[in-house]
Design a protein around this ligand. Structure first.
Ligand code: ADP
Length: 447
């Protein structure tokens, strides 16, 4: 039994978790930095604890501060959300060592999948197709040249500890290889404290398609279909949709089944996302995220399954309430990431929200922690909300999105809303005809 959850996060995701808890009759504890005293997640939670100054390192990333907050409030479980400590195996271990439930996978699985080289080996052994590349880490230029002979150019140098698109460098030809190797390794060492890099064939025009899985501790594993997250800028997702416009039902079942079997074979628990690049009808694994994703609502909209509720039930040792055969994919869903950023330059735009009006109506969902008069602090990620719509068809969902974007009002700061309004005038986007580089090409054309 879980009766009180401490939410180790902030912003829209803290609210999202709070909502699931309340609907399950579970009490919530918010933690916050000094900069977040007036935040919506603090206002709505049953209790709140200040865990440190504005700097995330000293608050949302401080394991001692969060554990102390758990002890003071007698929380019996911790939900890490996404980002911050959500993929920190040590945190998961420490939470459990203190006799609390970590709402997520085991520390071992977090650790395994956080090491991209080990993750690739593990999923490949479990039958998931991976991007061709170096068999493990690449120590030096001489080794990289050997790999290049087998795999060919272009090659992508990637950091084993990488995340958020950092520690990645492209080598188009042999001439770039040494420099890309050094640059990626140095960036990875600075960002993650680990300079280990590996090589992958660089796919020129792939889509980013990821499969959502959910597994309980009784051996039941179900896949919840895919999300298409190909609209990206600097390897960061901007808009996501489910199902992917590029797949048909047979392809969905095929990749879903491969993933489901693989995840069952490694004994995973909780929700997880297996990310692929998809090109010319082939899937290539790039990484697994062992947490709830920002874009999870599009899956919820087409399956009717509340992923946070399921996470909590699984953490409490309950069985999944559904089988694979009972999952019905219904209609189409799109999500726009509303960032406090200029819609063209993407310069962060923290500040005070003057007016705020949320769009409404049938099948429109706004996951956000905004309110009029709220001051967005400059210290954290610029995501301030997610607009999610559902329609019977992709066309219907696009029309609904256009309608909802026309209703939403956020003044006082810049947001990415105008970008989405412009995108809805583009025929390639409307046709679902885009790859991971499409948005950057489109943005350049606009200049
Ligand atoms: P991170 O953990 O930093 O997000 P990923 O491995 O998930 O790194 O890759 C992030 C993005 O980088 C992908 O969505 C894709 O756009 C691009 N990318 C990664 N690997 C490749 C590859 N082999 N070829 C082409 N693009 C890639």
């Amino acid at each position: 039994m879980i009766s009180k959850v401490l939410i180790a996060n902030r912003g829209e995701i803290a609210l999202r978790i709070h909502r699931a808890c309340k609907e399950m009759g579970i009490a919530t504890v918010a933690v916050h930095s000094e900069a977040d005293r007036d935040a919506m997640h603090v206002r709505l939670a049953d209790e709140s604890v200040c865990i440190g100054p504005a700097s995330a390192t000293d608050s949302y990333l401080s394991i001692p501060a969060i554990i102390a907050a758990c002890e003071i409030t007698h929380a019996d479980a911790v939900h890490p959300g996404y980002g911050f400590l959500s993929e920190n195996a040590r945190f998961a271990d420490i939470v459990e060592a203190h006799g609390m439930v970590f709402i997520g996978p085991t520390a071992e699985h977090i650790k395994l999948m956080g090491d991209k080289i080990a993750a690739k080996e593990a999923v490949s052994a479990a039958g998931i197709p991976v991007v061709p590349g170096s068999p493990g880490g690449v120590e030096n230029y001489a080794e990289a040249k050997e790999v290049a002979k087998d795999v060919g150019f272009p090659l992508l140098v990637k950091a084993s500890a990488g995340g958020g698109g950092r520690g990645m460098r492209l080598a188009r030809t042999a001439d770039d290889l040494e420099e890309s190797l050094n640059a990626a390794s140095q960036e990875a060492l600075a960002a993650f404290g680990d300079g280990t890099v590996y090589l992958e064939r660089y796919l020129e025009r792939p889509r980013h398609i990821e499969v959502q899985v959910i597994a309980d501790t009784h051996g039941n594993v179900v896949h919840l279909g895919e999300r298409d997250c190909s609209l990206q800028r600097r390897n960061q997702k901007i808009l996501e949709e489910a199902p992917s416009p590029a797949l048909n039902a047979a392809q969905r079942d095929e990749i879903g089944e491969i993933v489901r079997k693989a995840i069952a074979s490694i004994g995973y628990r909780g929700v997880g996302t297996i990310e692929f690049l998809y090109e010319n009808g082939e899937f290539f694994f790039i990484e697994m995220n062992t947490r709830l994703q920002v874009e999870h609502p599009v899956t919820e909209m087409i399956t009717g399954i509340d992923l946070v509720r399921e996470q909590i039930r699984i953490a409490a040792g309950e069985e999944l309430g559904f089988t694979q055969e009972e999952i019905v994919f219904s209609g189409h869903s799109l999500e726009c990431r509303i960032n406090a950023e200029h819609p063209r330059t993407f310069t962060p735009s923290p500040g005070t929200i003057k007016e705020f009006h949320a769009p409404g109506g049938m099948n429109v969902r706004l996951d956000s922690a905004l309110y009029a008069g709220y001051t967005i602090p400059p210290h954290y990620d610029s995501l301030i909300g997610k607009l999610i719509v559902h329609g019977k068809t992709r066309e219907g969902a696009l029309l609904r999105l256009r309608r909802a974007l026309g209703e939403i009002v956020i003044t006082g700061i810049d947001t990415t809303i105008p970008l989405f309004i412009d995108l809805l005038d583009n025929q390639d986007f409307l046709n679902g005809d885009y790859d991971i580089h499409w948005l950057e090409r489109w943005l350049e054309e606009q200049d």
